[in-house]
Design a protein around this ligand. Structure first.
Ligand code: DP6
Length: 362
């Protein structure tokens, strides 16, 4: 089993020069949701997502030989231009946890500067893009220092594996357009350990698919995804849910291959509502949707019925609505958002986005 532990990755720091690497990594929207995990960040069911474009994190990592002679991770972390102790603590913990994969990290002084393209408080989950960007920097660092990971597929697989350890959904952000995470017979090469690229198996229509994020509430979530996953372990519906996710995965992959938007949309909306139903049936139960999330869902369904435009919704673990539609509906969607949805957004805030090319080294 791939575990990427490598005790040989140790530096001779005597002549080591300072260096910098920088990556931009987008967020992603899951269509079949990852909800429930076990072991070390292993998913209970396979998931598939579209990789976004405009909602991203940029992370710059600078390394230099360590001045102290200890075995701790030595890190200065800056978020949006300011030293951030809370995030620094989380990242030190993450880097310590993966120091058997990158043992040289303990030989370096690291400075990491990170910022998001979207406001931190916008209610958009940033763990996928931030863990993706950080893991790509780590793999570039290994590649620069040791001459390893020269092949793109090998590089991305390791970046996906490492980002999964930081946040499960992050492992799918490493690939352009679409990615599958979780072992699933119908997706060749799929694994619980990392995501695989899936763009070559989906219809062209999805490569320019839109995902506009309508900000219903910018507030911090009452229950984190981490806690939500944990509650699945005692949820009475957990086992049928994991079976259902596999069935839906089968149907969705077929719909995405053939470009059957109606089937795609029906499954995608059912998945979003199932995710929230699982929260409502957890113990303790909780609700992350807001009245305006429901009102938007009703308006989207009404608009679709009246106009026949294939415009659908999804939700992350939060109240914001993701409006999904093909590029051919761009104008109709814009008019619809402006006339019927913006009034329901907090401060009329929305982030137009679409399926994109995946991470970019800067
Ligand atoms: C609802 O990836 O945020 O967005 O692995 O604990 O970091 P951790 O959880 P996270 O969960 C994301 C859940 C989701 C669905 C999805 O992206 O598949």
């Amino acid at each position: 089993m791939t575990d990427y532990k490598n005790s040989k990755l140790i530096l001779d720091t005597a002549n080591l020069k300072e260096g910098t690497m920088k990556w931009r990594c987008p967020s992603n929207i899951a269509l079949i949701k990852y909800w429930g995990k076990h072991g070390i960040q292993l998913p209970r069911n396979p998931s598939i997502s579209l990789t976004l474009d405009q909602a991203y994190t940029e992370t710059e990592m600078t390394y230099a030989p360590k001045r102290k002679n200890d075995v701790e991770i030595d890190l200065d972390f800056f978020f949006e231009g300011e030293k951030n102790e809370k995030f620094e603590e989380k990242i030190v913990k993450f880097l310590t946890g993966i120091s058997d994969i990158f043992p040289f990290l303990k030989q370096l002084h690291l400075t990491i500067k990170s910022h998001n393209s979207f406001p931190h408080s916008s209610g958009i989950a940033s763990s996928a893009s931030s863990m993706g960007a950080l893991s790509l920097c780590l793999c570039s660092l290994e590649s620069d220092l040791f001459g390893t990971l020269k092949n793109d597929a090998e590089f991305r697989q390791k970046a996906s594996y490492v980002s999964r350890l930081g946040s499960g959904s992050a492992c799918r952000s490493i690939y352009a357009h679409a990615a599958v995470w979780g072992a699933f017979g119908e997706a060749d090469g799929s694994s619980d350990l990392y995501a695989i690229p899936y763009a070559n198996h989906v219809h062209e229509v999805f490569k320019s698919f839109h995902d506009d994020i309508l900000i219903v509430s910018q507030g911090e979530k009452a229950v984190s995804s981490r806690a939500g996953h944990a509650l699945m372990e005692e949820n009475d519906y957990a086992d049928p849910r994991y079976k259902q996710a596999r069935r839906r995965m089968h149907h969705l992959l077929l719909a995405m291959e053939s470009g059957d938007l109606e089937r795609f949309g029906t499954i995608t909306e059912n998945e979003a509502l199932t995710l929230h139903a699982l929260m409502m049936t957890s113990n303790p139960s909780y609700i992350l949707m807001k009245p305006n999330s429901l009102e938007m869902i009703n308006r989207i369904r009404r608009f679709r019925k009246e106009t026949q435009h294939p415009i659908y919704f999804s939700l992350d673990a939060g109240p914001n609505i993701h409006l999904l539609y093909p590029d051919s509906c761009r104008d109709a969607a814009k008019t619809f958002i402006q006339s019927e949805l913006l009034d329901l957004c907090e401060n009329r805030h929305w982030i137009p986005d679409q399926c994109g090319q995946g991470p970019l080294q800067l």
